[in-house]
Design a protein around this ligand. Structure first.
Ligand code: FEO
Ligand code: CA
Ligand code: CA
Length: 695
């Protein structure tokens, strides 16, 4: 972290964002909220997946994939030239329809139970927990005798992004793809009260507990329940902080990406802090490397000319070792920037993984820029180009969009796997349509009755041409934050998940919170971020011109301004607030087939546990936010993922029991098994009657 001297002595658990435990702040993002926000720039403030016919998938895989991603991944709004009729039909622009699939479940009340609490009439079960075997032959989990070799074959820690890809028409089998964002050593190892207590083996276990898992699942009976297959596991895979990844795209091979171990600047060991992600229309998974800054030491020893960029990414350029740093440099010196100054440049990318080929090497796609990637929201433009929406999850950082040069080709997986290597990277600029004087920072609606306005996508790079003065293409893509600062992008309140609604074609952005909005010296409220000291966050929608994901201009609006509905600063699309569930800190979003918006939260600042919520986005019920479930004490709700058949919703219960003073030996949550807390993926389904999730 870049700290002024007066900040360096911040106690590890002393300062954290409201609603999130100090321990989470320490281990998840290296106490980002305790430090000045890195953006000090002067710019304006502002399908039926049939993926598998598994046995015969090889030649037909691409075709099957493209026909499959109906539920979540393929967007509305495009004539997919060359992509195939059924997809084109699914994607043809249309006037917003009246959503079918009313959300009739009885909402769960806010609570602080050490349990997953679901609506009446539903069931839930743990699908897989931290430490359970993933690879064939992996040892059983023993929390007292864990080894790095075992962990590298077992389900990782702190599951975040969740994708579930059916392997057959009925989803009898499916691939679960999960990110493992970070580790909490105090909750993982007996006798460990802080990172200072960890041994070399503990550090190697932590490295092996990061990354991704691919786990083959089977449906249980005719229900929405799933469990890992016991035999087969032909796709099962673990990727860790030591696995091989390739850098591809325009910045691959840049001098800024070269290290002693990799003079080519194209081969990286590991992926770090993988947060959210996305499922592409061609059947691959995107995974966002988020708070990678916290894994490095020695920034003060990096070349002076490169230190400002390190600082802009939140990397400590003082001699101090940041509190909570896992000290992996002590077991792998590439995490010491004084010895390997470019190693940090090799993280902060969007990773593309082919979950169908366990021998494939995942790619870090440099064309999508480098920042604290929350995730990637893929879609297809009206004329068939791949589009990915991207959020940089930091206070006062930006929203981005990538549009590929090439078009998606139905059935051509090899071609589609090149789409994210060349294109235009944009950053968003949001302008309000109300007088600035009417945006007073309280959340009071302006006279026109809406927080809304217009916006443009400012191009940073087109193909191999930089559009930012003074920056080469490589510089834009590697130090993307600096380039975006220069072009006047709008400073946002922590842009997290961004997804396009397949029904209305709008792009939904979760802006989690920003308690520093309006603070002395910081950006004041603006119409797109209308509350100072924004503790509860909001949802922003982007309506692209001509409903085309490749458009360079748009209108935007805030349909939901989160918080306790009794709080005058909240807004729920004009819905009767007495009927709305309190919601705080929206993080991840998903859609069901009816286009209902599902929102998971991180850091509920209202005193309840985090949860999963759902609301219609149009019609008379728009804004009727209802809480679908809550997660155990200290946990955050990640995912969510609604299966294409609408019968299952998966969530990741991340960091259960991550509360002050908790350790493995003295847990503050014992979910799910009654002894100590274990991060796990949970599926919820409705066993009887209308099995559709939300009914
Ligand atoms: Fe890993 Fe932005 O949450
Ligand atoms: Ca307005
Ligand atoms: Ca997140």
């Amino acid at each position: 972290m870049t700290l002024a001297p007066e900040h360096r002595r911040v106690l590890p658990l002393a300062d954290h964002k409201p609603g999130r435990s100090a321990m989470t702040c320490l281990y998840r993002c290296g106490n980002a909220c305790a430090h000045p926000a890195p953006n000090e720039s002067e710019n304006e403030y502002f399908g039926d997946i049939v993926a598998g016919a598994v046995a015969a998938r090889l030649s037909r895989r691409g075709l099957l994939r493209l026909s499959a991603l109906g539920a979540g991944a393929v967007a509305a709004g495009g004539v997919l030239s060359g992509v195939g009729t059924e997809l084109a039909a699914a994607a043809t622009p249309a006037a917003p329809r009246t959503p079918k699939g009313a959300l009739t479940f009885t909402p769960v009340a806010p609570n602080t139970a050490d349990a997953v609490t679901i609506p009446s009439g539903y069931k839930s079960s743990v699908v897989i927990r931290w430490g359970e075997p993933v690879l064939p032959g992996a040892p059983a989990f023993d929390v007292k005798k864990q080894t790095a070799a075992a962990q590298a074959q077992q389900f990782g820690y702190n599951n975040d992004y969740v994708a579930v890809i059916p392997l057959d028409r009925h989803g009898e089998r499916a691939l679960l793809v999960v990110n493992h964002e970070y580790t909490n050593e105090e909750l993982m190892f007996p006798g460990v009260k802080s990172v200072a207590d960890t041994t070399a083996e503990h550090k190697k276990i932590a490295m092996a507990a990061h990354g991704l898992s691919v786990v083959e699942l089977e449906r249980v009976g005719d229900t929405g329940q799933y469990r890992p297959v016991k035999k087969g596991k032909r796709y099962n895979r673990r990727l860790t902080a030591s696995s091989k990844f390739l850098l591809t795209g325009p910045a691959a091979g840049s001098d800024l990406l070269k290290t002693k171990a990799d003079p080519t600047g194209t081969v990286v060991l590991g992926t770090l802090n993988n947060c959210a992600g996305g499922l592409t229309p061609w059947g691959t998974v995107l995974s966002g490397e988020e708070n990678f800054n916290q894994y490095f030491v020695g920034g003060n020893g990096a070349p002076a000319a490169e230190q400002p960029a390190l600082k802009r990414y939140g990397i400590d350029i003082t001699a101090a070792v940041p509190s909570g740093n896992r000290r992996w440099d002590l077991v792998d010196e590439r995490f010491d920037l004084s010895k390997h100054p470019h190693e940090a440049n090799r993280f902060g990318w969007i990773v593309e993984l082919d979950p169908f080929d366990k021998n494939s090497i995942p790619r870090k796609r440099t064309a999508l820029g480098r920042f604290k990637h929350e995730g990637g929201g893929p879609t297809i433009s009206n004329d068939g180009h791949a589009v990915v929406y991207l959020g940089d999850d930091e206070r006062f950082d930006y929203i981005y969009k990538f549009v590929s040069d090439k078009k998606v080709r139905r059935g051509d997986t090899k071609h589609n796997m090149t789409l994210l290597d060349s294109g235009t990277l944009y950053v968003g600029k949001f302008s309000g349509d109300s007088p600035a004087a009417e945006i007073d920072g309280t959340g009071k609606l302006p006279a026109d009755g809406a927080f809304d306005g217009t916006g443009t996508w400012i191009p940073l790079v087109r193909g191999n041409e930089s559009l930012v003065e003074g920056f080469t293409v490589e510089q834009v893509l590697i130090n993307t934050r600096l380039a975006a600062d220069k072009v006047g992008a709008t400073k946002m309140d922590r842009p997290e998940d961004i997804e396009r609604n397949p029904v209305d074609g709008k792009v939904y952005v979760a802006l989690t919170n920003n308690s520093n909005r309006g603070a002395t010296g910081a950006a004041p409220a603006d119409e797109a971020n209308p509350r100072n000291s924004n503790r509860h966050g909001h949802i922003l929608t982007i309506s692209e011109k001509h409903n085309d994901a490749a458009a360079e201009s748009f209108t935007w609006a805030l349909p939901i301004v989160c918080g306790d509905p009794k709080d005058a600063s909240t807004y729920f699309a004009g819905y009767d607030k007495t009927k709305v569930s309190p919601i705080s800190c929206p993080d991840n979003v998903a859609f069901d087939k009816a286009g209902n918006l599902w929102i998971s939260t991180d850091g509920n600042a209202l005193g309840s546990n985090d949860g999963l919520f759902a609301t219609p986005v149009s019609g008379s019920e728009a804004g009727h936010v209802k809480q679908f479930l809550t997660v155990p004490k200290g946990a955050e709700t990640c995912g969510p993922f609604i299966t294409p058949d609408q019968k299952s919703v998966f969530i990741a219960v991340q960091h259960p029991g991550e509360l002050e003073g908790a350790t493995l030996d003295t847990p503050k949550s014992v979910w799910p098994d009654g002894q100590y807390a274990r991060p796990a993926v949970v599926v919820t389904w409705r066993p009887k009657g209308d099995q559709r999730i939300g009914s």
